[in-house]
Design a protein around this ligand. Structure first.
Ligand SMILES: Nc1ncnc2c1ncn2[C@@H]1O[C@H](COP(=O)(O)OP(=O)(O)OP(=O)(O)O)[C@@H](O)[C@H]1O
Ligand SMILES: [Mg+2]
Length: 450
């Protein structure tokens, strides 16, 4: 989940006239020649009937709830429950992929023709083409279920490098699309991607721990009794914070030669039901920011203080406020459409405050921190190119996954997308000249049935 992070900076201005005149809609309506059809969609190597995409994309997206993901029961799933999980997954994914394909087609033609964006577009077409053979089928035998799960594994794998590829693509297209449009597209696209991966990974995890596919030598429920698919019903945020802290401090040691430290206080024993890989992503990003600020402000001796607060049970079923009166769901004004519904709306959540002494965020930087690809990071090895696009392109070429302390400018907006997916949120309070407080609220998902 940790994507490569290197200097990147948003592009400026409105798209030039060229970009506007070659958008797909304009090209086909103004020049309705026989040759126009071949320009009607971005280049693709995957043969897939247009009708299929259009029909699927016209269907509404299923509003997913956590109950949907756990309704097939606790592992090990019986054969019947496994088939019903597979068929449920199958009912969701083709529509979701078709919606994404349509959204990519709605980008200016010159943008989706960029090799990197076009790669992502083709990945979606490829994944949809692998699912279409199952479209009007019910999975009712193990052979089909195994093949279908292989298709899901391929889907997850195919889309694993989406973020750096899209980042590079939009950077290369910065002349043809303005930063607000990029942020809007990415926000929708990456939020949809969180849900699609979750649905696919949930079935893969249930498959691996189901009765028909369980290795008799490995008693999975005994090894991980708290897991239902990819959801850990007893996740302890403190242990994730410690493992991410070790990882990020190693990155700091490589980059700066110092290892910042952290302290956990509050209620470290708190547990909740959550998806561990989502929390790992968020905590890693927030610690990278806090550690970087701490080191770069020359205060690496000051530990980052992480306070874990378990919300009390709410007698009236309402959500208690968190983060000093800040409504964490409303930061940045993005609504939570597409987020997953919890089992119990009133389930108490957990708020995690990450407090650093890294000098805070200056007022001219603060309004931009939620924009995809905004960063103040600049690699020392590339002087004179601070925030420059070439700097970012150079860095994207050479960077290894997750090995940089900062630079892509995706950390905060994507972490917020992950937190909001389950109804939580992230809020940043900067005490400029002193440090920052970042409040991460994880919404309680409710008790999963035994
Ligand atoms: N705790 C913090 N202290 C000071 N500045 C911060 C802090 N957190 C974020 N920022 C500022 O917000 C900017 C955007 O943060 P974000 O995490 O989105 O991107 P990044 O860290 O630059 O790159 P990436 O996270 O993609 O590697 C940062 O470049 C930094 O200037
Ligand atoms: Mg960051």
């Amino acid at each position: 989940m940790n994507v490569l992070r290197r200097p990147l900076r948003s592009c400026n201005g409105t798209p030039p006239a060229l970009a506007r005149s070659v958008t797909r809609g304009h090209a086909t309506s103004r020049y309705p020649s026989p040759a126009a059809q071949k320009w009607s969609h971005p280049p693709s190597s995957t043969p897939i009937a247009d009708d299929a995409v259009v029909t699927l994309a016209s269907k509404p997206l299923h509003a997913l709830s956590l109950a949907d993901l756990v309704k097939h029961g606790r592992p090990p799933l019986s054969q019947q429950a496994l088939f019903s999980s597979a068929n449920f997954t199958l009912s969701l994914l083709p529509i979701r992929l078709a919606h994404r394909i349509q959204a990519l087609r709605n980008l200016p033609f010159i943008v989706v023709s960029n090799p990197n964006i076009s790669k992502i577009y083709n990945n979606y077409l490829h994944s949809l083409s692998t699912l279409l053979p199952y479209n009007h089928k019910t999975i009712s035998n193990l052979e089909d279920e195994i093949r279908f799960t292989d298709v899901l594994a391929d889907l997850v794998d195919t889309h694993s490098h989406t973020i750096p590829t899209l980042a590079r693509g939009f950077l290369e297209c910065r002349k043809y699309i303005n930063p607000q449009d990029v942020t809007q597209f990415l926000d929708e696209h990456l939020r949809a991607r969180i849900g699609t991966r979750l649905i696919a990974e949930q079935h893969i995890a249930l498959h691996l721990s189901s009765q028909p596919h369980q290795d008799p030598a490995v008693n999975i429920p005994a090894l991980a009794p708290s897991y239902v698919g990819v959801i850990d019903t007893c996740l302890q945020p403190a242990s994730i914070i410690n493992s991410c802290g070790n990882f990020v401090s190693e990155i700091c040691e490589l980059k700066y030669g110092v290892r910042p430290t952290w302290i956990i206080d509050g209620e470290p024993g708190t547990t909740l039901a959550y998806v561990p890989v989502h929390l790992e992503y968020i905590i890693t990003e927030l610690l990278k920011n806090a550690f970087r600020a701490t080191v770069e402000s020359g205060r690496s001796h000051e530990p980052v203080v992480i306070t874990i607060a378990a919300e009390p049970e709410s007698p009236r079923g309402g959500r208690p406020s968190a983060g000093e009166g800040t409504d964490l769901n409303k930061t940045g004004g993005i609504d939570d459409t597409g987020s997953i519904k919890p089992i119990d709306e009133s389930a108490p959540g957990v708020t995690i405050r990450i407090r650093d002494r890294g000098g805070g965020i200056s007022p001219d930087v603060l309004p931009n921190i939620w924009s995809y690809s905004f960063t103040t990071f600049s690699d020392d090895e590339l002087p004179g190119q601070q925030n420059g696009s070439m700097d970012a392109l150079n860095a994207l070429t050479g960077a290894g996954e997750g090995s940089s302390i900062a630079g892509l400018g995706y950390g905060l907006p994507l972490s917020r997308a992950y937190a909001e997916y389950f109804g939580g949120g992230i809020s940043v309070q900067s005490l400029y000249g002193w440090g920052s407080d970042v409040y991460l609220r994880l919404k309680g998902l409710g008790r999963l049935q035994k």
